[in-house]
Design a protein around this ligand. Structure first.
Ligand code: ATP
Length: 254
């Protein structure tokens, strides 16, 4: 696998006329009295790779949790152009949207294999589930070597691989990735990004990334949203954003 796969994924611009797979209109969310996200509009097309960049505390995790059905919000959330009413995590998974949560969220006492099976809890096709387990063991050989090991004993990088593979077990059309680079060595981060880019290119799985590792995320994304204090302040084509000195300086650090 080579770094070229990042640029192949970044060519994943949605067809302009396509109905977005996921869209928010005026989405606001927070915790109790404290509003964190204000009137967020965003859209991810089928097979597209988009990234949300923002500083610590900008509201990126809050956004991902809202989209995954884990946090109530006001405004509209649409999947395939249809408004989603009562949002629950299992229903979002049922609509093809799966979250790789920040902090990984694997079940530490369960084996690697059982964590993968747990990711397919909504599926009834047992044979297909085992085929997918084999597929992700092929993609992540280190997980295959540790299939009977408790997830809690894996290294940070292996746990992140498991979190990604587990989210893929529901066969999502859109994978929401919340800071998959957090706390990992650069070599592992590069490997993870190449793997998710490969999944995008080969399977057409759309990706919505939330990242502080902006430079790497920009390499794989075709579209960018800039989130500041809970609001989208700018959005646009990733290649055009890379041309902007101020955006490079503030978000990409070069
Ligand atoms: N469970 C919670 N209860 C109350 N406030 C919260 C909760 N979770 C997050 N917040 C607050 O919401 C704001 C946005 O947090 P959020 O985690 O969404 O930001 P972020 O952009 O993901 O930041 P980071 O990059 O540091 O993870 C912060 O001010 C945070 O303190």
């Amino acid at each position: 696998m080579s770094g070229d796969v990042l640029s192949q994924a970044s060519a994943s611009a949605a067809a302009p006329e396509a109905t977005p797979l996921l869209e928010t209109r005026g989405l606001s969310a927070g915790y109790g009295q404290s509003l964190v996200l204000r009137d967020v509009d965003l859209a991810v097309g089928p097979g597209q790779v988009a990234v949300v960049l923002g500083a610590n505390g900008a509201g990126k995790t809050t956004l991902m949790r809202s989209l995954a059905g884990l946090l109530p919000f006001s405004g509209d959330l649409l999947v395939d152009g249809q408004k989603v009413g009562a949002v629950r995590p299992d229903r979002m998974v049922g609509r093809g949207i799966s979250l790789v949560p920040q902090g990984r969220g694997t079940m530490s006492a369960l084996s690697v294999h059982d964590n993968l099976r747990a990711g397919a809890v909504s599926r009834r096709d047992k044979a297909g589930v085992e085929e997918d387990v084999d597929r992700w063991f092929t993609t992540f050989p280190r997980l295959a070597e540790r299939r009977d090991q408790a997830a809690g004993t894996l290294s940070g990088g292996e746990q992140q691989m498991l979190a990604i593979a587990r989210a893929l077990m529901s066969r999502p059309r859109l994978l929401l990735c919340d800071e998959i680079s957090l706390g990992l060595a650069p070599r592992i981060v590069q490997e993870l990004f190449e793997t998710i880019a490969q999944i995008n290119v080969e399977m057409g799985t759309a990706l919505l990334l939330v990242e502080q590792n902006a430079a790497l995320a920009m390499k794989v994304a075709s579209y960018v949203y800039l989130l500041e204090v809970g609001e989208v302040v700018q959005h646009g084509d990733a290649r055009e954003f890379e041309q902007s000195d101020s955006i490079r300086r503030v978000y990409l650090g070069y």
